[in-house]
Ligand binder design. Structure first.
Ligand SMILES: Cc1ncc(COP(=O)(O)O)c(C=O)c1O
Length: 388
């Protein structure tokens, strides 16, 4: 059987980790991998996560199965953070292995419900297309961002969505768009919401960076307005970045509807899909998130630490954009984007030249993780970008 298989290429972003590690240069810079890094280049564990782990270690008395839908207390606390404490909609959640697991479950549900098509922005997180194609969904695209001018393509996006058929699914990023960092204003969200509601489209909102852009509330304001305006939506949440729990595979998918019965029917399908896939989600990460969100002192400490990460990203962006100067016609836009990523107008040859000559690493798409910069090194690195 195995000999009938063809070898699959390595994921280029994951392959980059190995190439970076093997580079002996002391001043090399990793702008590739999508994890938050501090000024020392370290991807830290939140203080509140450590404290929660200690509490769990002391109090947990069983490792027996939880349930295919996961831990309801975790789901309720996480939804209060994402959807708001007094959300006007009903959200029926299932806990998933990370945001990717939530997106895959959403893809399966969309397919199971007989919807054939999902609309993705150009560009989007590369794994989006892979996940939806894997279940046989047809992928359509809407323009989102113009890389050379670093501008949002809102009018073209809305014109494309006007051509979507009622019932089609549409993927949106809640905030901190990966890979472009291009923010949506309140007015942009209102216009997108109006088209989605008028066309009868079903939004799937991917929320993977809450707290990294406009803060814990600001990053979900558009999402909240949208789900309140449509009869049905899906919300995929990742705790990987917001709680620094990447390897613990922590997330959730919520079926959101105005009517409780509809959301609960969707949830029963999600549970059935999960049962024949991974059966039960991992528990450790969700136990940590539940402990933090449910313990006022830990919540306070976690949200303060998250705030300082957001502020570090914003100040790195401002310094980097200023130091790039007139490298591109709209270099300053990079300073106003949000979250960890920006998509720079670099050719693959320029990306390779930065890597080979200067030890600056990023994928050939030109996406950079701003958190890979150091405030003490921004001017030097920007100079390298100006030199190629
Ligand atoms: C936009 C977006 N969605 C979802 C995810 C999934 O994250 P995870 O599966 O690690 O929770 C990521 C991770 O990089 C992402 O960038």
């Amino acid at each position: 059987m195995f000999e009938r298989l063809t070898r699959q290429p390595d994921d280029p972003l994951l392959a980059l980790i190995g190439i970076f590690k093997a580079d002996p240069r002391a001043d090399k810079v990793d702008l590739g991998v999508g994890v938050y890094r501090d000024e020392a280049g370290h991807s830290p564990i939140f203080r509140a996560v450590k404290a929660a782990e200690r509490l769990i270690w002391e109090s947990q008395d069983s490792k027996a199965y939880v349930a295919p839908e996961g831990d309801q207390a975790f789901l309720d606390l996480l939804w209060a953070m994402v959807g708001g404490k007094s959300s006007p909609v009903y959200a029926a959640g299932v806990q998933t292995p990370g945001g990717s697991g939530a997106l895959r479950l959403a893809a399966d549900l969309i397919r199971q419900a007989g919807t054939g098509k999902i609309w993705l922005g150009l560009p989007s997180w590369p794994n989006h297309a892979g996940i939806f194609a894997a279940v046989g969904l047809q992928i359509e695209t809407y323009p989102y961002f113009d890389v050379p001018s670093q501008t949002l393509q809102l009018d073209s996006m809305l014109a494309a969505l006007q051509r979507a058929a009622p019932g089609d699914a549409v993927l949106l990023h809640a905030s901190c768009h990966n890979p472009t960092g291009a923010p949506l204003s309140t007015d942009d969200w209102a216009r997108i919401t109006a088209v989605i509601a008028a066309r009868g489209l079903v939004p799937l909102i991917d929320s993977a960076y809450q707290g990294f852009g406009a803060g814990l509330e600001g990053d979900v304001a558009g999402l909240r307005a949208l789900i309140a305006a449509v009869p049905e939506a899906l919300v995929a949440v990742s705790c990987s970045k917001s709680f620094g729990l990447y390897r613990e595979r922590t997330g959730a998918l919520y079926a959101v509807a105005a009517a409780k019965a509809a959301a609960e029917t969707a949830r029963s399908n999600l549970v059935a899909i999960a049962r024949t896939s991974y059966s039960m989600p991992p528990d450790h990460g969700s136990a940590i998130v539940k402990t933090i969100l449910g313990t006022p002192a830990l919540y306070e400490d976690w949200s303060n630490e998250l705030d300082s990460m957001r502020e570090r990203l914003a100040s790195l962006r401002r310094s980097f954009a200023a130091a790039l100067g007139d490298r591109w016609s709209n270099s300053l836009a990079i300073g106003k984007q949000e979250g960890m990523f920006s998509l720079l107008p670099l050719t693959p040859a320029e990306v390779m030249s930065l890597r080979d000559k200067h030890g600056v690493y990023m994928p050939t798409s030109g996406r950079i993780n701003v958190a890979g910069l150091k405030l003490s090194d921004v001017t030097r690195v920007a100079g390298l970008f100006r030199s190629i």
